[in-house]
Design a protein around this ligand. Structure first.
Ligand code: ADP
Length: 476
């Protein structure tokens, strides 16, 4: 744990952090008990008033200093990310730079937000209205293991910029990089208590969510855990943002630049070994280009060589890391087996690679029945089902036939089709001829079972603020 600017051992059980590529123990942490969570929340509560009263330019400057200090420590942080998460060095570097860009975005934008001042049509005499933003106080931020650093920064940046203090709980399998960020933040001058970290699993997360002095919860994780969390946060009427699962559709029409579509869908689906919430997870390809699409994509994904992310294969092979845990890989194996038993065909890959790590050969499946698990469930691994469709109408209907609504995309140059996708795809985002990527500048968050609220963009600054309206009268 990291509380009030220094390391503390939790009072709970010891937990080993294991490298998913090698099985080696990277380090050991101890779980934070509810008493430990109390201590962290108390530190954050004590620091909250002074932090909120700190001028926004000073807060923004500290965020910038933090980003610079993290950049100075990039080797340490990236190496930790590779070791505890399993992702290849190239992907860890990408994640690290995304974190920096997120923090810098909020360091910059926090000072540019204007309040609202408005003349009021009042029958009680001349008056004007003033809308002010106030921080909530303590934010409880809970992260999953797939992108430990960017998903932390998505919360930490806007929460701190808006004047809140934070108690963060990283996933139990990836706590180390987050603890390093907290240490570096203290070294960079962030006041004690402004950013605290508690380590542990669901019990620790539950204690944070249930804590009466934590009015704002920011969560990224599975839809199932999001629902459990709401059972605690809902009755307490906490302000909650939930970034949950997704099963993003991507639609490819015959007029698309097929080579670019294939390359981009490949990156989107197989990046981070497919363990990404916003990724093209169901492809609907027009019958006119279906065979070509499948051939091109399967050729590209056959280049993947699963292995330890600290090593690189010879070109043209591409490194893909392991699944994060044995349980994650078992789930994928079951989902693929369910589809194959029901008649799906694996055009390439889609099987376990033996060895110390949780490796899996990336796959592409066709003829996947609509009611099979590969179609109906979120697939958090490197397998893409591809369906042939005869029209845009059919593609949109099938794209929307999911419980999720995180992202979506379309590949076409037809303006009418683009307009229809933007208007009719039921999701928090639609990318047109673009990678499913979480831009820092754009509000991001899902519909349906994919969550509540927005991260990124100026909207996230608003999400970490309470709005207060004041009416000023008696002016003459
Ligand atoms: P996954 O299933 O992908 O591991 P989870 O949604 O279970 O993801 O976990 C995301 C984060 O939520 C982790 O930090 C985890 O420890 C935490 N968590 C799990 N259960 C709870 C809970 N009941 N309350 C709060 N946080 C929880």
């Amino acid at each position: 744990m990291w509380i009030n600017g220094s390391t503390h051992a939790g009072s709970g059980a010891e937990r080993e952090v294991v490298n998913p590529a090698t099985g080696a123990v990277v380090d050991t942490t101890t779980d934070a008990t509810p008493d430990d969570v109390d201590a962290a929340v108390e530190a954050a509560t004590t620091a909250a008033a002074e932090w909120a009263a700190t001028d926004v330019t000073a807060r923004a400057k500290l965020l910038r200093t933090l980003a610079d200090a993290l950049a100075d420590n990039s080797d340490e942080l990236v190496a930790t990310l590779v070791a505890e998460q399993g992702k290849p060095l190239l992907e860890a570097n990408g994640e690290f730079h995304h974190m920096l860009s997120g923090l810098r975005y909020y360091a910059e934008s926090a000072t540019k937000v204007r309040g609202v001042h408005q003349e009021l049509p009042s029958q009680f005499g001349p008056a004007y209205g003033l809308v002010k933003r106030h921080p909530f106080g303590v934010v409880g931020a809970i992260m999953p293991w797939n992108f430990p650093l960017t998903l932390l920064a998505n919360k930490l940046g806007p929460a701190l910029a808006a004047g809140n203090t934070v108690v963060a709980k990283p996933a139990e399998t990836t706590p180390l990089a987050t603890l390093q960020v907290a240490r570096i933040a203290t070294e960079a001058g962030l006041p004690d208590g402004v950013f605290n970290v508690v380590t542990g699993g669901g019990e620790t997360g539950g204690a944070l969510v249930g804590h009466p002095d934590v009015p704002r919860i920011a969560f990224t994780g599975s839809t199932a855990t999001g629902r459990t969390l709401m059972e605690t946060a809902g009755p307490a009427l906490k302000h909650v943002s939930l970034e949950l699962g997704g099963s993003d559709p991507t639609i490819v029409l015959p007029d698309a630049d097929l080579e670019t579509a294939v390359k981009t869908i490949q990156i989107g689906r197989y990046w981070n070994a497919g363990q990404v919430c916003l990724a093209p997870k169901r492809a609907f390809v027009h019958a006119d280009v279906f065979d070509q699409f499948v051939e091109l994509l399967s050729g590209r994904i056959e280049r993947y060589e699963p292995g330890d992310g600290t090593t690189k294969p010879d070109k043209p092979k591409l490194r893909i890391g392991p699944l994060h845990t044995a349980a994650q890989r078992d789930l994928l194996v079951d989902q693929v087996a369910d589809a194959v038993d029901a008649g799906a065909e694996l055009v390439t890959g889609g099987h376990v690679v033996e060895g110390d790590g949780h490796f899996y050969q990336p796959g592409l499946a066709v003829d996947v029945p609509d009611d099979s698990r590969l179609s109906t469930e979120e697939v958090f691994g490197p397998v893409l089902p591809v369906w042939s469709v005869d029209s845009l109408d059919e593609a949109i209907e099938r794209a929307n036939a999911t419980a999720y609504g995180l992202g979506s995309s379309i590949w076409t140059t037809d303006g009418t089709a683009i307009n229809r996708a933007v208007n009719e795809l039921d999701a928090g985002m639609t990318w047109v001829n673009q990678l499913h990527y979480g831009y820092d500048e754009m509000p991001f968050g899902g519909t349906k079972q994919s969550g509540l609220g927005k991260e990124h963009g100026l909207e996230a600054l608003a999400e970490y603020s309470r709005y207060k309206s004041s009416v000023i009268g008696g002016l003459g």
